[in-house]
Design a protein around this ligand. Structure first.
Ligand code: GAR
Length: 236
């Protein structure tokens, strides 16, 4: 099975924390590919990058379903172009956050996915979704967590005047942007950066780390074979 690597083979700037020893890394080899569900609200570039990483065999996985919450979003168009099954679950038509999450759980349950990836999902999820996918819900966030949680992390970084920011892929828990960090990449802030230029450079790193994070989450669950065989810095 090929290691999950950036096609350029460069992992500079990517931090891949060591997984914990013992129970969480109990490994069994899964003979089949991972089944992924993805949630997106807008542009969908992370959804596309993840789908292409799967198709390039950087990750032994398939994206079985994309769920979007905004009609007409770019992510929807990308799903059509990539021929990935897609469902619209408009949050405006749901009576509560819990009802929205119930609809997501039903959709991903029907698709029988192993892991769900929040790839630019701009709604706060309820404890219900977290409980339905324990250690199986991965989020991508445009900052080096725990800095700049919540909305507009890029704007927060510019406002704070930091010279280094980046992105984090992490497991989702009941607090916003606070679950266990899986993979991070650092991005320097340039003196002439504006919101758009910094966000674009961060996104390029997001596209690299998200497949790595999905792999790591799956390894921890025993859904993929031993971390020792899979990539850099993963031996527990
Ligand atoms: C990404 O930069 C992602 O980190 C961010 O939204 C963008 C979605 O881009 N997510 C959050 O801020 C969540 N707190 P995309 O739709 O092109 O993948």
């Amino acid at each position: 099975m090929p290691a999950c690597q950036d096609p350029s083979q460069e992992l500079d700037g990517i931090q891949w924390p060591l997984p914990p020893a013992a129970a969480e890394t109990a490994i069994t080899t899964a003979p089949r590919r991972l089944r992924l569900g993805v949630m997106a609200s807008g542009e969908g570039s992370n959804f596309e990058a993840l789908t292409l990483a799967c198709r390039a065999d950087q990750l032994p996985a398939d994206v079985l379903l994309l769920v979007v919450n905004n009609p007409g979003c770019r992510a929807l168009e990308r799903a059509r172009r990539l021929a990935v099954p897609c469902r619209l679950i408009d949050h405006r038509r749901q009576p509560s956050r819990e009802a929205l999450d119930d609809a997501l759980i039903e959709a991903f349950g029907e698709a029988a996915v192993d892991l769900v990836v929040m790839a630019g999902w701009m709604r706060i999820v309820s404890p219900r979704l977290v409980a339905a996918y324990p250690h199986r819900l991965v989020n991508i966030h445009p900052s080096l967590l725990p800095s700049f949680r919540g909305l507009d992390a890029v704007g927060q970084a510019l406002e704070a005047g930091v010279t280094l920011t980046g992105c984090s892929a992490h497991l989702v828990n009941e607090q916003v942007d606070a679950g266990r960090i899986l993979v991070q990449a650092a991005v320097p802030v340039r003196a002439d950066d504006d919101h758009a230029s910094l966000a674009a450079r961060i996104q390029r790193q997001e596209h690299r780390i998200l497949p790595l994070a999905v792999r790591l989450a799956a390894q921890r669950l025993g859904l993929l074979s031993s971390p020792a065989d899979q990539g850099p810095g993963t031996q527990g």
